[in-house]
Design a protein around this ligand. Sequence first.
Ligand code: ADP
Ligand code: ZN
Ligand code: ZN
Length: 801
Amino acid sequence: MQLSDMGASNSCFAAVVVDIPSRALSEPFAYGVPEHLACDIELGCTVLIPFGRRVALGYVIDIAPELDELSFAEGVSPARVKPLRAIVAGSSCASYFAEAALWMSGEYVASLAECLRLFLPPGGTPRLKRRADGTYEVEPPAVAEARERVVSLTIDGNTYVPPANATRQRQLLAALSCGPVTTRELNLLYTDLSAAIRTLEKKGVVQVEERRAWRRADSGTSLSSACAVQPRQLTAGQVEALDAIEHARCERAGSVVLVDGVTGSGKTEVYLSAIERVLADGGEACVLVPEISLTAQTVGRFRSRFGESVAVFHSRLSAGERLDQWDMVRTGAARVVVGARSALFCPFRNLKLIVIDEEHEQSYKQGSAPRYHAREVAAHIARRLRIPLVLGSATPSAEALGRCAEGSYLGQRWQRVEMPERPGGAVLPRVVVADLRREFAAGSRSMFSQVLYDELMGVAERGEKAVLLHNRRGFAPFLMCRECGCVPTCKHCSTALTYHERTHTLECHTCGATYHVRPYPAVGSACPKCGSRYLAKMGLGTQQVEDALRAIMPPHVQVIRMDADSTKAKDAHKQLLEQFDAAECAVLLGTQMIAKGLDFPEVTLVGVVNADYALKMPDFRAQERAYDLLEQVAGRAGRGERPGTVVIQTYLPDNPVIRAVAGHDRSLFTAYDLAQREEASYPPYVRLANVVVWGRDERATRVYAERFAALVREAVADVSLAFVDPVQEGELSLADPTRSPVVLGPTSCVVERAKDRFRFHFMVKCPLGYHVSRVLGECLRELGSQSDISVSVDVDAYDLM
Ligand code: ADP
Ligand code: ZN
Ligand code: ZN
């Protein structure tokens, strides 16, 4: 595409976000729209603009007939406004994209361009390329639409009789007798019909049309549970939940409904019924599920109810598939979207309902900039569009529970509906806690306690199925000195090293460094700190548990292992589940990836090999996560007619998390967890932002972090209630224990070094409703960036390591 300057007069004005990834450019710029472009300009389109001495691409986020009516153009003199040069791509965003991106940019201290890009078609935006002679060229998007050719009989074609020797023609006519067929399918059926198609097309017997082909984002599955049969009768809890959602829909106030339902209580059915009503009214629905449970099973349930009008988004899609799913939504071919957090940014035309399943899941928080939380963005969109946001969980987050207890948050209504029962009288499983201290004292060296062993044998005898969880989140086999407790760490990263049996190496999973060692009882084994030879291996791999399991289980029991290693291949995850589904009698052993969402009615036993790894993470949310994990995995048992048993092995049987799961009494855990958080001023009682600074030069990095923290301290000391979100202003000091913001640190991070970078962080705790992002953003701008030092500002942080 050739670019040229047009000197025509402006017929209107546009606010444009320049696509240059820099915080300094967060504000949009005003441009004039020349007359010849005025017809085509629309919100969300990509334009080519002069920018300084160069040209750049940008996105239109506001259009106004006069400069002084344009947002962000306050004080801009008309003489300084340059005309934009060209429109390089039309809009394909949801109508609310600009407003939502602006909000995100303000809320999460992220650049506006970065936030806007979330709403643009995946892989489908043009790029600017500089030619050797200094001029620029706009490159079209790398990902293109797929086309297909469809052959059909014409009206005249029906009476056409092919010559006796024209076999190909007869094959073609036979294939088309039941309706149009694509050329790809024809060529699969018969070797090559292209000559016959051409001949008959010339004769006017068939016609060939080209159309857009949708690349399917998922393959089918044979899983019986992937089909959501409409239940004959809803449970009382389901009716109540649906009523609340329906009420929120009619009310059009954009309120939030938390469906707090025990595992297996039929939350999915609630979503499906609510979506049915939305579709009947011509609306669209967006369903977010955690990436980990975006399986054939979940997608299949939605497809079985809504057929082809379901678009699917997950991280394993190819660029082409992603673009097709996107366009299916944009064109209205799909009216239900099921996907991971990014599905929220689809080009909806008439969004009427947002559902977030497993609302408490950490994967809804994006780990890189913009560090948004899908629940908060969804709540914002719901409030703006005045549509209901439905959150579902068996273990709601402290944030959701806290807001529902208050009844509202930032002016939005939050309401909780309980679904305490499973349909059809299925009962919650019996939970047994196996105290590993006692097993050890009694001389047992097996990884299976007596009770778990007995239960496994029972499953084998009765020909049932079991699920065995070996949680390894944030945990890997390591070496530990039995005498001094020293755990070898990486000298570049200070993270605990992982032991690899086969190669006798310790490996760092942050930077990849390896160290050769031999643990006890090998000769030469020595603790790096005290020299003791009892440097022993700690922690079991799933592989080892699998070996031990195979050794004790009778041969007719299938043992299926599901972990990162066994699910590397495409579709392996699905195949393993199908294998488990089809087996007569089997044990599914796996990491946390098996804890969620699986619905196999024949599972009667769930075992947890060691619950303690989850409890011991250095994070204020560790207990919440452990509770969630145990409750979820326990929920896999007894979903059918036969009752289930759960065996939890632990060295900490008195921990409130263990007691709550064992007693089916969440309040034992929530009361303890919330009290601890209130005591120590953690969310949901305050907002927490975590600022991480990292660089190669330890001193320079620390100094930068200290200067940043000092600036923030100064800014928050000036208790400027002006910063407070006006919605909350009145109730602020009453609702919050800390009343005014506090800055903690800086100190070095738990992971002190990563990839030879020193890491420091400081935290800001502040009252709910305090606009901490604005303070941090302003301080960061004032401080300026420094070469070789990186900063991440994480508002409402989840990862504190
Ligand atoms: P959750 O998501 O709450 O864990 P699911 O939605 O997976 O629960 O439902 C658990 C099982 O109960 C599914 O097999 C589902 O088909 C079934 N189910 C849901 N609602 C009903 C109902 N009203 N009557 C009978 N079975 C139901
Ligand atoms: Zn030692
Ligand atoms: Zn390292």
